[in-house]
Design a protein around this ligand. Structure first.
Ligand code: CP
Ligand code: NVA
Length: 308
């Protein structure tokens, strides 16, 4: 993946459709052990929000590539004492080979990338979660054998995961349906972009609806995420009654395709956005999905850095 060397992944659409599909192929090869690449470089993790999967999967992926990782908790750096982001970026860019950032504003991530001059990866912002979508697509591809023409439906909050799913699915020819309450729709600009991508590739259909029944009919992948994302926790109690009709439960699953699978980016709030029976049930592929974070990000790291 020579073409990706030196680039950023701030949004899933920083890749074109072809690059995204190739990255998934590389992830499959690395996962199967058919390919064994090495990359003795240093990855920094600058996370302003909590993380289990992203932090650990990036760390293990980099170790397996023969590289090293520095976990830069903002509380132990001068970031917490107000050092300007652009100053931090210019300095870290001189030490590290690549940096994954988890923060709030997409704009901060973009500013950081402008100053750091090393590849910057979006490890989650309020707007997007592209690394998650790499793993999600890999999981769908493994189960159905292809991506083209598969239908994926997302239920709940039109958040960062929904935004990146819209773009990523449209890019690979997946029909994508997003069902959210009226005031919790995905980013309008992203919906338009996903529509434009879908029209251009002439393969996938994008549906944004408030009706979960419209989204679930014969769908092959049911996907959900928390109803209140990090930074919105104080809204949880107000949101529960609003989001209840969008819960992924056994009743909803009955209207999906017979071979439908269930995904969740995790962490999950059982019996809020997903029932315990569904996440523990035989349609759930959430643990494979979580494992795939590591394989997909290994392919991403080696593509952005180049192999030894
Ligand atoms: N799905 C995901 O990004 O998990 P973490 O918040 O644990 O990294
Ligand atoms: N939408 C969630 C995803 C967590 C991985 C959040 O931003 O908190």
């Amino acid at each position: 993946m020579e073409k990706l060397k030196g680039r950023n992944l701030l949004s899933i659409k920083d890749l074109n459709s072809d690059e995204l599909k190739k990255l998934l192929e590389l992830a499959t090869e690395l996962k199967s052990g058919k390919k064994n690449l090495k990359c003795n470089k240093v990855l920094g993790l600058l996370f302003s929000k909590a993380s289990t999967r992203t932090r650990v999967s990036f760390t293990v992926a980099m170790y397996q590539l023969g590289g090293q990782v520095i976990d830069l908790n903002p509380n132990v750096t001068q970031v917490s004492r107000g050092e300007l982001l652009r100053d931090t970026a210019r300095v870290l860019g001189r030490y590290l080979d690549i940096l994954a950032i988890r923060t709030f504003e997409q704009k901060d991530l973009e500013d950081f990338a402008n100053y750091a001059k090393i590849p910057i990866i979006n490890a989650l912002t309020d707007r997007e979660h592209p690394c998650q979508i790499l793993a999600d697509l890999l999981t769908v591809k493994e189960y159905f054998g292809n991506l083209d023409g598969v239908t994926l439906s997302y239920f709940g909050d039109g958040n960062n995961v929904a935004n990146s799913l819209l773009l990523g699915c449209a890019m690979v020819g997946i029909n994508v349906r997003i069902a959210t309450p009226e005031n919790y729709m995905p980013n309008k600009e992203i919906v338009e972009e996903a529509n434009t991508i879908a029209i251009a590739n002439g393969k996938s259909e994008v549906i944004v609806t408030q009706n979960p029944q419209v989204a679930v009919k014969d769908t092959q992948v049911l996907y959900t995420d928390v109803w209140a994302s990090m930074g919105q926790e104080q809204e949880t109690n107000n949101r529960i009654p609003i989001f209840k009709p969008y819960q992924v439960n056994e009743k909803l699953l009955e209207s999906a395709a017979d071979d439908a699978i269930v995904l969740h980016c995790l962490p999950a709030h059982r019996d809020e956005e997903i029932t315990d029976a569904v996440i523990e049930g035989d349609r759930s592929r959430v643990w494979e999905q979580a494992e795939n974070r590591m394989h997909a990000q290994k392919a991403l790291l080696v593509s952005l850095l180049g192999s030894d």
